[in-house]
Design a protein around this ligand. Structure first.
Ligand code: NAD
Length: 326
């Protein structure tokens, strides 16, 4: 059964890293209880193990997700899983919920951070270490002159194999790529290749020309495109939340599931963006999302997606604050 599911998964090259990643990756922010404050730990562990058995081979986490909780739960879930069965990415620079302790991109903090992450994860190395939400650094010079050189050292020490950036404003990610003296292997953009905002597509050539592995996170726009709706910290304006709520109802009325359509829409751009990270918190969600990958959109679903986009669900968040991002 699991072999059949693994055969149906598709794998693509992530930039020049040599990593062949499943087209959907396991977003582990939910394991830090950022969406469901009562999520039972065993349920998250079961979801991850189920995803790995279904052929998902990439996991994304960060110290910020539940202030260490996501990494600690992963540590338990991965204890008996062979290391070669998955790639894992974590991040540095973003920590506490309180704004005062939220960001620290200094070389000293970054250097301690990777050791703390490895300890929680129970691993000797991660595949990818990323600067978390670069736009919140006090200046981009700090990222260029301190954070990235510190990550280069971490890579040389064998604690991480590759180096990446994450953030919301794509232009900021591009400027750092252009200025960095350290080789950037991957860039993670979020909520920009979703049904309601596909602006990442305008930047694909820039990243491809530089052999950067492009990662798109949050195909459900951080739960905006779900029945349950977004969490209280979600940054979207009231009008956008309302439009998405109406879109859920509109889809239901016509026998469609907005989350399923949204994931199918995002992964249809796999040749431009090889990896889509989706947050999953139960085996049922994993099954549903694997089925979406296996089946792809039917002709009727494709038509419905086109109509949905025409109906102006298409809009982005406009501003994102430190309190409204992952
Ligand atoms: P997402 O858009 O993937 O949505 C996750 C939410 O959707 C969860 O509440 C989950 O319960 C729900 N969900 C998943 N599948 C569903 C389905 N089939 N039907 C209904 N609901 C479903 O948002 P995300 O988790 O924020 O993004 C994915 C991952 O990307 C994160 O977990 C994180 O690892 C990463 N990420 C990184 C950054 C960054 O580095 N700055 C930002 C955002 C996300």
């Amino acid at each position: 059964h699991d072999n059949d599911r693994i055969k149906k998964m598709r794998y693509h090259d992530l930039g020049n890293t040599g990593m062949k990643v499943s087209i959907i990756g396991f977003g582990a922010a939910p394991l830090g209880r950022v969406y469901d404050a009562d999520l039972p730990e065993e349920q998250g562990v079961a979801a991850l193990q189920h995803a790995l058995r279904g052929g998902v081979n990439y996991i994304d986490t960060a110290p910020f997700y539940g202030q260490g909780k996501s990494e600690a739960v992963l540590g338990k879930a991965l204890k008996d899983v062979p290391r070669e069965a998955y790639y894992i990415a974590t991040k540095v620079g973003r920590y506490e919920l309180d704004v005062k302790g939220m960001f620290d991109f200094s070389a000293d903090r970054v250097t301690r951070s990777i050791d703390e992450s490895l300890k929680r994860l129970g691993l000797d190395y991660v595949d990818l270490i990323q600067v978390h939400d670069v736009e919140f650094a006090s200046s981009l010079d700090l990222i260029i002159d301190e954070t990235l050189p510190a990550l280069e050292k971490i890579r040389e020490e064998g604690k991480a194999r590759f180096i990446g950036l994450t953030g919301y404003p794509i232009q900021v990610l591009r400027s750092i790529v252009e200025r960095s003296k350290v080789k950037i292997d991957t860039v993670l953009s979020y909520c920009h290749l979703s049904l309601n905002d596909s602006s990442l597509l305008q930047h694909v050539t820039f990243f491809q020309e530089r052999n950067i592995g492009l990662i798109s996170a949050s195909p459900l726009s951080m739960a905006l495109l779900t029945d349950r709706g977004p969490p209280s910290w979600h940054p979207a304006h009231y009008e956008i939340k309302k439009a998405c709520h109406l879109a859920v109802a509109h889809c239901k009325q016509h026998g469609h599931d907005l989350s399923e359509l949204a994931l199918k829409y995002s992964i249809s751009y796999v040749n431009a963006v090889p990896l889509t990270l989706i947050g999953m918190e139960s085996k049922e969600q994993v099954d549903k999302n694997l089925k979406a990958v296996h089946d792809g959109p039917s002709d009727e679903q494709e038509q419905f997606i086109t109509d949905l986009i025409k109906r102006q669900v298409h809009c982005c968040f406009i501003t994102i604050s430190a309190h409204g991002s992952l």
